[in-house]
Design a protein around this ligand. Structure first.
Ligand code: PLP
Length: 388
């Protein structure tokens, strides 16, 4: 049955309101305090890779997430690359990831020289399915304490679940399964700043995790990321290799290994410090927006609002609705109807195993990810929408 597009748009409109200009999916919220911090940073002349805002930002991210280490990085992709590298992902390895994710989840694996190995998602969380993970791992070969893909001969070096749209995956179950196999978990928590499971912040369950501060995230630094870990050796190493592996010295330039310049700038961290002051307010506003969408789609024929997984606190980074029947045609007709009136709704990302770089990468059955891809529509979720 075709969904009534006019009714769909009217329900979205009841939440986002009228606007003379297009209503974006997620717009940065910048104001006086952001200008002030940036101005202070410029006045200090410390606008580059050294400055007081960087350790302050790292400290604040430790407090917010409860992680022992929060290492600032140039963006979420570089943070994820290093989060994989420091747990021991090496060229030729495979890393199990969801196919339903942003391309960076797989790109970071490839930047580490490894190959993504795609695992199915689940309806309840939109993220990696623990059951699908267990089923796939049971097909792998265990030898000498390591796990190998019998088809490719590659080692499974890490599992990298992603908290889609800010909704936490069943991370405790995923970590428990990974532990059984002795495989480290690297959490892609790019989208889930402010999302918790049983009071623990996403990104802190795995051996490492990361968060993105890209312009479309709940708080933005323009571009930036942090690597999270509770492990002393890994935390110190991550800091060292994201900062060119330079040995501390007043004037000597001695670097003890090949490393990266993945540093966050002080200017970026200054904006981050301003933005983090608003995080609690943004999170409260996101819940208001979520409640309004949930109410607007109550009783709607053909689609339902995507609520946070039971037992978790989502930051509701992007609110979404899910069609009862997966259909790319129906999905695109609704997206078109929204765009026709300046509501810039979006689909989920195209499945990673279909992207040309990864079309021959190993993949398990991806039935649920395929259905979710054809049924999810993300709706405008900028915090200010709650203030109307
Ligand atoms: C799931 C996911 N992983 C990784 C990233 C990479 O972050 P960045 O854009 O900061 O490189 C993003 C978003 O941008 C993301 O949504």
């Amino acid at each position: 049955m075709a969904i009534d597009a006019a009714d769909f748009v009217a329900r979205v409109r009841s939440v986002v309101g009228e606007s003379a200009t297009p209503i974006g999916l997620h717009e940065p919220e910048l104001g006086e305090i952001d200008k002030q911090y940036l101005s202070d940073c410029i006045d200090s002349t410390f606008v580059s890779s050294v400055g007081a805002f960087i350790p302050e930002f790292e400290q604040r991210m430790q407090e917010i997430t409860g992680a022992k280490y929060a290492i600032a990085a140039s963006n979420g992709t570089s943070a994820l690359h290093i989060a994989l590298y420091v747990v021991g992902v090496e060229p030729g390895d495979e890393v199990m990831v969801p196919s339903l994710s942003f391309v960076a989840t797989a790109n970071a694996v490839a930047h580490a020289g490894a190959v993504p190995h795609f695992i199915d998602s689940e309806y309840a969380t939109l993220g990696l399915s623990p059951e699908a993970l267990r089923a796939r791992l049971s097909q792998m070969k265990r030898e000498g304490g390591k796990v190998y893909n019998p088809e490719t001969g590659a080692r499974i070096a890490a599992i990298s679940p992603m908290h889609a749209l800010g909704h936490p995956v069943r991370i405790k179950e995923i970590v428990a399964i990974a532990d059984e196999y002795g495989i480290p978990v690297v959490e892609d928590a790019a989208e889930s700043l402010g999302s918790f499971v049983d009071g623990q912040h996403t990104g802190t369950f795995g051996l490492t995790g990361m968060i993105s501060f890209n312009g479309n995230k709940i708080v933005t630094t323009g571009g930036g990321g942090v690597i999270l870990t509770n492990d002393d050796a890994i935390g110190k190493r991550a800091k060292h290799i994201t900062t060119t592996a330079k040995l501390p010295h007043k004037w000597e330039f001695e670097h003890d290994e090949l490393a990266w310049n993945y540093r966050m700038t002080n200017l970026t961290a200054a904006l981050g410090m301003a933005q983090l002051q608003k995080l609690d307010g943004f999170m409260a506003e996101k819940r208001i927006i979520a409640e309004r969408y949930a109410a607007a789609f109550e009783g709607f024929e053909g689609a339902k609002f995507v609520a946070e997984p039971a037992g978790t606190t989502s930051n509701y980074w992007l609110c979404a609705v899910q069609l009862d029947e997966p259909s790319l045609e129906q999905r695109d007709a609704l997206l078109q109807a929204c765009h026709d009136v300046g509501i810039l709704a979006r689909p989920m990302w195209n499945l990673l195993h279909k992207q040309r770089m990864y079309s021959s990468a190993p993949a398990a059955d991806l039935e649920v990810a395929t259905a979710l891809h054809a049924s999810l529509i993300c709706l405008p979720s900028t915090p200010r929408l709650a203030r109307r």
